[in-house]
Write a new protein. Sequence first.
Length: 227
Amino acid sequence: MKSSVVLVLAGVALAGGALGLGRRALSVVASAATGAAAGAAQPASAALAEYVEARDCTVFGGACHVNGEVSGQGRSALAAWNFGAAGRVVAAVESDENLGLGGVRRAVLYVDGVSAALLAEVTAAAGLTVLAEHRAAVAWQRAGDTFHIAVEDVLELSGAALADRSCCTMPGSVWYAPLAQQVEGPVVGNPARCAFMGGHGLVGWRYEDANTAFVGAFRRRPSGLGA
């Protein structure tokens, strides 16, 4: 069975980088080891934002397990950015196929104080097709490796980055890369709570207590820092 997994996933990667496999995925995850000793990446300036993402599939695990989820799962995600005083945004994302396979990424945005220019940068970085945008209070708490993000009655994402940083020492078992480009030092996380209630054409979902998340820092493009 392991051979079939490698063939399926490698074939997808060769067809266009699906699932975030290959050099990019391995180099992105391996780079997390640099900041692992200091905990999950934290923003240090206006150029950086906290970034947390979780999917309805395992991003770090055994090949047989991951391959078993590729066709039926991995179609939904929550991606969240915290820009400090510039605001926060959470995207509920859905596709007709696994999000790593290059399909259209439909999204509903929950926006707390983020400017239109910054939203444009976020949606471009994650390749999102926005269906709806809502102004809403986004609760955000970070303490070391732990995270808690919520929009009341809509979604919740709570958990922690892997304390042992096994994703850094075993990068070959990380099968995806973050949805958003420009994410630095991503560490795999395990949400104890990850749920989206659905709405605006997107299906509600829940997937918890598995290695489904990335925690890192989103680096803004220099051209957008004045926004």
